[in-house]
Design a protein around this ligand. Structure first.
Ligand code: F6R
Length: 332
């Protein structure tokens, strides 16, 4: 590594004023507490609509990856819900702040159509609306920012939608999250998350995975955007076999850095073999965990923390999101 670890620590001290990295050491506990504190609510529905944007919206993507083959789940990141939503459906509205205009507008629409709504939030207008209109709102623990609150957001959502027996199996994930985050702290010199950040620095990361792990891809992009303020893009497979692979016709763009999240049973070998044929530089991140939810959350811990190290390297504060906030104000 070209940068001395002392220098990385100095950058962290200078640019991470809120100790955003420290949030990740709390993920395991937050996950555990959210599971314990969320009441069991008996819900039956035809279609589950999970509504929310980015740091909150990722909950819908993860639920869809984990449960979407067994039940009808639609992820909505928009101001409206489809016209065919009906009284037998359920809207799970996820908004850390409770003030996100797109989420609130979808909830208003659902209520106008007499659709059952459950809110997950720290408060804000969503909590007020819940009180006024009489729908269930589950309050989650605070965090420095929505994206840092993923454990309490996802654990709460899982508790709402899963059967009791399945919820019991989630307890182990809390421990696994704590262990994962502990590997990438500032006390672990040249750790894997830092190395990943260093590799990405000055490049355009392009994340690949089986479509069943699209939540990891989307999160990796959003975290690099919000924490390090850099560009990133992604492509799910097998769709990528029908378009994306054509960018690897000959020598690959030296700026592009393919990063492949690999699971045992996916169909990414042909892509990897082709990249080897080209002598292209790429990186494989093996997905590890006893089940899909654990694999997803552990991959997110690694790439989120990498995005924070990249912020340090680029002398940026991973917590500040000035442009998002400015444009939120402009949009009212
Ligand atoms: C900021 C962040 C954003 C928010 C998004 C929606 O940390 O992650 O992507 O999640 O602007 O806001 P909330 O989550 O409050 O509904």
């Amino acid at each position: 590594m070209a940068m001395k670890w002392e220098e990385v620590k100095k950058l962290a001290g200078r640019y991470d004023k809120h100790n955003f990295l420290g949030e990740y050491l709390k993920w395991g506990e937050r996950f555990r507490r959210a599971l314990e504190n969320t009441p069991s609510i008996n819900l039956s529905y035809e279609t589950l609509y999970v509504v929310g944007m980015v740091g909150s919206g990722i909950v819908g993507d993860i639920l869809n990856n984990c449960l979407g083959m067994d039940r009808d789940i639609r992820v909505v990141k928009y101001t409206r819900l489809p016209k065919y939503i009906g009284e037998d459906d359920l809207v799970l509205a996820v908004s850390f702040s409770g003030n996100t205009i797109e989420t609130l507008s979808s909830v208003e629409y659902a209520l106008s159509r007499k659709v059952n709504v459950v809110g997950i939030t720290t408060g804000g207008k969503l909590a007020i609306l819940g009180k006024e209109k009489g729908f269930t709102v589950i309050k989650i623990e605070e965090a420095l920012a929505p994206r840092a609150a993923l454990p309490q957001l996802i654990a709460t959502a899982l508790k709402v939608v899963l059967e009791e027996d399945d919820v019991k199996n989630l307890a182990e994930i809390a421990t696994s999250l704590s262990q994962e985050a502990a590997k990438y702290g500032l006390d672990r010199e040249n750790n894997r998350a830092y190395k990943l950040a260093y590799l990405i620095w000055g490049r355009l990361p392009i994340f690949y995975a089986d479509e069943g792990y699209s939540s990891i891809l989307h999160r990796a992009k959003s975290s690099l955007n919000e924490n390090a303020k850099v560009n990133a893009y992604y492509q799910g497979f097998p769709e990528g076999y029908h378009n994306e692979v054509e960018i690897f016709e000959e020598i690959i763009d030296p700026v592009a850095l393919p990063i492949i999240f690999k699971d045992k049973e996916d169909d990414l070998e042909p892509l990897i073999r082709h990249l080897d044929d080209l002598d292209a530089e790429y990186l494989i991140i093996d997905l590890v965990g006893k089940n899909k939810i654990e694999k997803i959350l552990r991959a997110i811990v690694l790439t989120d923390i990498a995005s924070i190290y990249l912020a340090y390297i680029m002398k940026r504060d991973p917590f500040e999101i000035n442009v998002i906030n400015k444009l939120k104000r402009m949009r009212g």
